[in-house]
Design a protein around this ligand. Structure first.
Ligand SMILES: [Zn+2]
Length: 130
């Protein structure tokens, strides 16, 4: 496995610990870690609520990255509390794509032995003509 992905996977695993918050919400079903073009690492944790106010771990990691004025993601991985690498859902794929045009080249670990570029996971993606 690529050394960067080894580091990212260890970071994502730290947050992949399910925790019940209330009768209505829990977190940590999934942890995410990403590495930016500058080499910085940002992490996120999933939030689940019974009225669909939750967010994927990728969303949290991307928000943390944006707080630091970065948007170009080189590599990203998410890990579930069930012990599996999770490819990002469709919404998160779109979010990664939309925060920086260069992110079509983002490397996403989809399994322990497989890495895909975002553009391979979004073959007919929206391209703004504006
Ligand atoms: Zn998602």
């Amino acid at each position: 496995m690529d050394k960067d992905f080894e580091i990212l996977l260890e970071e994502a695993k730290k947050f992949a610990k399910k925790r019940i918050l209330t009768n209505y919400a829990s977190c940590g079903h999934c942890g995410c870690a990403l590495m930016t073009a500058k080499g910085n690492i940002y992490t996120g944790i999933s939030i689940y609520s019974k009225c669909n106010l939750g967010r994927c771990a990728e969303y949290g990691a991307i928000a943390e990255m944006l707080k630091h004025n970065e948007s170009e993601i080189k590599k990203i991985v998410s890990f579930s509390a069930k012990g599996l690498i999770y490819p990002p859902c469709g919404s998160c794929r779109e979010l990664i794509r939309m925060v920086d045009d260069k992110n079509l080249e983002t490397e996403i670990m989809v399994r322990e032995d497989k890495v895909c570029k975002l553009k391979e996971l979004l073959p007919e993606m929206y391209i703004s003509k504006e």
